[in-house]
Design a protein around this ligand. Structure first.
Ligand code: 5GP
Length: 218
């Protein structure tokens, strides 16, 4: 996906910024903060077959769809990646991502390790992935309870899954431990800012530097 846009005057390629973690590690909060604070970044809104939780908004948190619609989207190639998590199906609609990248925007993904692997296979150079670790198992459990959106049984299931999800940490470019929200946020923001400055992403640099040289010559 070779996409260029404009940031601070120099054309650059959009990037796909992926955050993954076991549920309860604070990833959604970090994602929300990034969207609020970082320019030129939009959130990829996934489709899911799971039921809406209290407080969730259809079209903002997810597009809530049924299994038949999901299967049709898979069959029509409308999903950039898709996976089953906790017996439900999740996927990333292709169109909004391609539109955002084409407009020079970066896209933020809150997806699991299976989806991250698929994105890496299709757009390796454009994917920057960050794994968020909880500071401890007790902290993860506390957050799952505080969230209070799921039943005790669902929470137990999520704790069991967490260990499996953690085993994928080494497949990620960066790992951030969410000890303290503000410092974890700063670290994630640093990563995005640094990745935006990678030479190969700043596709307009040669022209810019050529122009600088022209002006500097006598
Ligand atoms: P939840 O049901 O708690 O919102 O999300 C459960 C898990 O599914 C989380 O780890 C989340 O990152 C992952 N997930 C959400 N959307 C997608 C998606 O579109 N693709 C993939 N592969 N995982 C997703």
């Amino acid at each position: 996906m070779s996409i260029s846009g404009s940031l601070q005057g120099v054309e650059r390629r959009g990037l796909m910024f992926v955050l993954s973690s076991p549920s309860g590690a604070g990833k959604s909060t970090l994602a929300r903060m990034l969207i609020e604070r970082m320019p030129a970044l939009s959130m990829s809104v996934s489709v899911t077959t799971r039921r809406m939780r209290p407080g969730e908004v259809d079209g903002a948190d997810y597009h809530f769809i049924d299994k038949a619609t999901f299967d049709a989207m898979v069959a029509n190639g409308e999903l950039l990646e898709h996976a089953s998590v906790f017996d439900h199906h999740y996927g990333t609609p292709r169109k909004p991502v391609e539109t955002a990248l084409a407009g020079g925007q970066d896209v933020l993904f809150d997806i699991d390790w299976q989806g991250t692997q698929q994105l890496r296979e299709t757009a390796r150079g454009d994917v920057v992935s960050v794994f968020i670790l909880p500071p401890s198992a007790a902290d993860l459990e506390r957050r799952l309870h505080t969230r209070a959106q799921d039943s005790a049984e669902v929470i137990r299931g999520r704790m069991n899954r967490a260990s499996h999800e953690l085993s994928h940490w080494a497949e990620y470019d960066y790992v951030v431990t969410n000890n303290q929200l503000d410092s974890a946020y700063s670290e994630v923001e640093f990563i995005l800012k640094a990745e935006r400055l990678r030479r190969e992403r700043q596709t307009g640099l040669s022209a810019f530097v050529r122009e600088l040289q022209k002006q500097l010559e006598p």
